[in-house]
Design a binder for this molecule. Structure first.
Ligand code: KIV
Length: 281
């Protein structure tokens, strides 16, 4: 048996129990070094399929595969110890049937060691969520703006800014809650609707572009760090890492051209020869 201290992660039960209490801090991570940093402050880390756009340069999340999600999730698991870890089910890996969703999600859990998975969709995904939860897979739901539906929606559309949409979105929230989801992401949603849903359902709502009325917040970490180019208006940039990296690599290039790098302290000098090996007598 290993002598290492076992990792004690936040469980989905603890996340659920935080409903209506201290706001839940959630962030995305796709790599070990970022996971190490966000783990210190996060209740929950999401390996989001936004990795496709942020890291791999795709236009949207549709091309992301299960293998990509597993590889990034393994890297995040190696860098985190405290937070509840949720992995996004990518487009095409869960919509076809509850059985296929279960098979793919169980592979994600077995190969990464994550705590739970997230999938997009409301009423139409409720039967799948119920099937998975009943068989031991904790599920986080995601309604409102669902980026994997970008082609079906004809772009990224906010929801609930007109009252005629409310009943459908509320029905989505109730359906996934009744199906057993332990929490729910509300994305791109008008504040009064997000507030109403947060009061209506007994699981925590995690907002992204859905106001401060939710039980918690999530942002794409690279967006708040200023690593990505254009970001949605709901993102607050807490740093300008793009600018910092731009300046740093510029200084490096200038130093190389001027032969100012590598300096003496970055250079190996000669050392004494080792004594010759003694031959056997
Ligand atoms: O893929 C992702 O990062 C997400 C969050 C934006 C909620 O789904």
């Amino acid at each position: 048996m290993s002598a290492q201290t076992p990792i004690r992660r936040k469980t989905v039960t603890k996340i659920r129990a935080q409903k209506g209490k201290d706001p839940l801090v959630c962030l995305t991570a796709y790599t070990t070094p970022i996971a190490e940093l966000v783990d210190e402050v996060s209740d929950l880390i999401l390996i989001g399929d936004s990795v496709g756009m942020v890291v791999h340069g795709f236009d949207n999340t549709v091309p992301v595969t299960l293998d990509m999600m597993i590889l990034h999730a393994q890297a995040v698991l190696r860098g985190s110890q405290r937070a509840c870890i949720v992995v996004d089910m990518p487009f095409g890996s869960y919509e076809e049937s509850p059985e296929i969703a279960y098979r793919n999600a169980s592979r994600v859990m077995q190969e990464t060691g994550c705590t739970a998975v997230k999938l997009e969709g409301g009423t139409h995904m409720a039967a799948t969520i119920e099937f998975m939860v009943k068989r031991g897979i904790p599920v986080m739901a995601h309604i409102g703006l669902t980026p994997q539906a970008v082609h079906a929606m004809g772009g990224y559309k906010t929801s609930g800014r007109v009252k005629s949409e409310w009943a459908r979105v509320e029905a989505d929230a109730i359906a996934v809650t009744n199906a057993g989801a332990f929490s729910i992401v509300l994305e791109g949603m008008a504040e009064p609707l997000a507030a109403k849903i947060t009061k209506l359902i007994e699981i925590p709502t995690i907002g992204i572009g859905a106001s401060a009325q939710c039980d918690g917040q999530i942002l794409v970490t690279d967006d708040l760090l200023g690593l990505t180019g254009r970001v949605p208006s709901f993102v607050k940039k807490y740093a300008d890492l793009r600018g910092i990296i731009h300046d740093a690599v510029g200084s490096y290039a200038a130093d190389v051209k001027a032969r100012a790098f590598p300096a003496l302290e970055h250079t190996y000098s000669l050392k004494d020869e080792p004594p010759p090996l003694k031959k056997n007598a």
